[in-house]
Design a protein. Structure first.
Length: 347
């Protein structure tokens, strides 16, 4: 029961995390919409100005000047609005998907007693886990994405405990100091010096603060690392459970199971379902038959590290996140990012 209560606390933390993420995307969408409404207001104003000129002689040079200026302004406003529209569409899609991730997490939390009975020696009364084909697809994709996100977060805490993150900060510190050394060799008072020196000094203070290590910080990181491992075990169990339901207990799916399988295969081919490694036994067997490729040159690392140099590229939640997420799974393995804990995660 103690382990179950611990897992229940972990689950609530994770649910809150994704609820906040969904709310953030909603707020970002709303902010962009507000900006678009301002542009629409200005466009309407300019259009009415342009219409007001139509009753005046077209040969008048001042009318032509006004019309040219208003037309140019409207064209620029429309260009800016198009950019905002693209952002709004992106944030809207992320928000809609975020709602489905939150639904997935709430569903996972509702299945926690099933997990506890199988893995934590509890004896809760249970009802069967039943799904419609549509919910199966949503939860499958949601669980795979949450697993992927958890892996990246765990990589961060691994790096913060094994020294890689400290190494990353040391490089950042030295880059800042090198630039400051160059700038401070020039006379004070120059516009460029006045602009960059305070900015770099602020960056230096920030990175030095991040390099501070003490028992309290380390204990927090160790606790977060363990929480991630506990949550990963739950995710792994649930994803295996879904595979088992589809393959061995299709009666628990309230709908056309064969059509569901076809839909999953089609959506996977189109990239609509977030895929993680070995979602099915067939994938696992096929992967096991693939021969290990010949060693290739280590992929370029944004920080200049590679396996050949005896190190790995450190990763943080901010600066390195974009580069890290663009790496393939094999590249992450080669660079030492993926912890063994996550390999073959549905075995």
């Amino acid at each position: 029961m103690k382990e179950y209560k611990k897992m229940a606390r972990v689950m609530k933390v994770m649910v809150r995390f994704y609820v906040r993420g969904e709310a953030a995307k909603k707020a970002q969408h709303e902010d962009v919409v507000v900006e678009m409404e301002k542009i629409d207001f200005n466009l309407e104003m300019a259009e009415k100005q342009l219409a007001a000129l139509q009753k005046f002689p077209s040969f008048h040079p001042k009318r032509k000047e006004y019309e040219a200026g208003l037309t140019e302004e409207m064209e620029e406003l429309k260009k800016v609005r198009a950019k905002y529209q693209k952002q709004a569409d992106g944030f809207h899609d992320l928000h809609e998907w975020g709602l489905k991730i939150v639904d997935t997490m709430n569903w996972l939390e509702g299945n926690l007693k099933h997990y506890a009975n199988q893995k934590l020696a509890t004896d809760f009364p249970l009802e069967d886990i039943r799904l419609t084909p549509e919910l199966y697809k949503i939860y499958k994709a949601g669980l795979a994405e949450v697993t992927y996100n958890l892996q990246e977060s765990q990589d961060f805490f691994e790096a913060s405990l094994d020294g890689r993150l400290h190494l990353y900060h040391e490089i950042e510190r030295d880059m800042i100091k090198a630039q400051l050394e160059v700038l401070k060799a020039y006379p004070e008072g120059g516009d460029r010096v006045n602009h960059f020196v305070p900015e770099l000094e602020a960056d230096l203070a920030f990175v030095l603060g991040n390099m501070e290590d003490n028992p309290k910080v380390r204990k927090h990181r160790e606790r977060m690392q363990q929480m991630h491992k506990d949550f990963f075990a739950l995710l792994k169990w649930q994803r295996k459970k879904m595979i088992a339901i589809l393959e061995n207990e299709p009666e628990k799916i309230d709908g056309d199971v064969e059509q569901l399988k076809k839909d999953l295969e089609a959506e996977s081919a189109k990239g609509k379902v977030f895929q993680s490694k070995y979602d099915t036994k067939e994938e696992e067997v096929a992967a096991a038959k693939v021969e290990e490729p010949a060693p290739a040159a280590a992929p370029a690392c944004p920080m200049g590290f590679s396996g050949e140099k005896g190190g790995v590229c450190p990763v943080t939640h901010s600066d390195m996140a974009k580069a890290f997420t663009q790496m393939t799974v094999e590249e992450k393995k080669k660079e030492g990012f993926i912890h063994k804990l996550y390999e073959d995660d549905t075995k």
